[in-house]
Design a protein around this ligand. Structure first.
Ligand SMILES: CC(C)(COP(=O)(O)OP(=O)(O)OC[C@H]1O[C@@H](n2cnc3c(N)ncnc32)[C@H](O)[C@@H]1OP(=O)(O)O)[C@@H](O)C(=O)NCCC(=O)NCCS
Length: 146
């Protein structure tokens, strides 16, 4: 991370990291769906440690679950002090990405093949988050139209 990524405090701006997460999640969603993909929502972005200028960031994304036209992508960010080699888990985020057809309409995505215990756990947890997200959205909509 360079000077251009700094906030007023001299560390890396959280928004820069959010931007990278969005980019990488988008790539994972396009790879899975073979379509263009947009971010419908980003939630649970938890910053665990600051990132300092000069550190190397690694951003990894995994499609945790695929539904009809949407996918949950989990992103994990690690920062590395390239002199000492120390690696720290900086933050994680979950994004809902929606695949779009060439006219910009949501389009079906292929089912996700889960094989390993880790993949099964991620899929299970993603289902729980989706249930909670949809329940929250419905409750808010009910409340507004009451
Ligand atoms: C995301 C978007 C395509 C959804 O369009 P829509 O007309 O609501 O379409 P649908 O109701 O058919 O929903 C499509 C999917 O998105 C999901 N979705 C829509 N809004 C969502 C939200 N706020 N959070 C999570 N998922 C959401 C739906 O659950 C559905 O998933 P499913 O098909 O797997 O069940 C539309 O809201 C959009 O284009 N938003 C702007 C996206 C964007 O530009 N992002 C970049 C910001 S600059």
């Amino acid at each position: 991370m360079g000077i251009g990524d700094a906030n007023l405090g001299g560390n890396v701006h959280g928004g820069v990291i959010m931007h990278l997460c969005d980019e990488v999640a988008g790539i994972a969603a396009v790879r899975h769906s073979g379509r263009q993909a947009v971010t419908a929502a980003m939630d649970r972005m938890t910053f665990l440690h600051p990132v300092f200028i000069g550190q190397l960031l690694t951003v990894r994304a995994t499609v945790n679950a695929a539904w009809r036209t949407s996918m949950e992508v989990g992103v994990r960010v690690e920062s590395e002090d390239i002199r000492s080699g120390e690696i720290v888990h900086t933050c994680s985020a979950y994004l809902t990405m929606v695949a779009l057809d060439d006219d910009g309409r949501p389009v079906l995505v292929p089912p996700l093949v889960v094989a390993t215990p880790d993949e099964e756990r991620r899929e299970r947890e993603a289902q729980t988050r989706r249930r909670n997200r949809l329940a929250e959205r419905e409750e808010l909509q009910r409340d507004r139209s009451a």
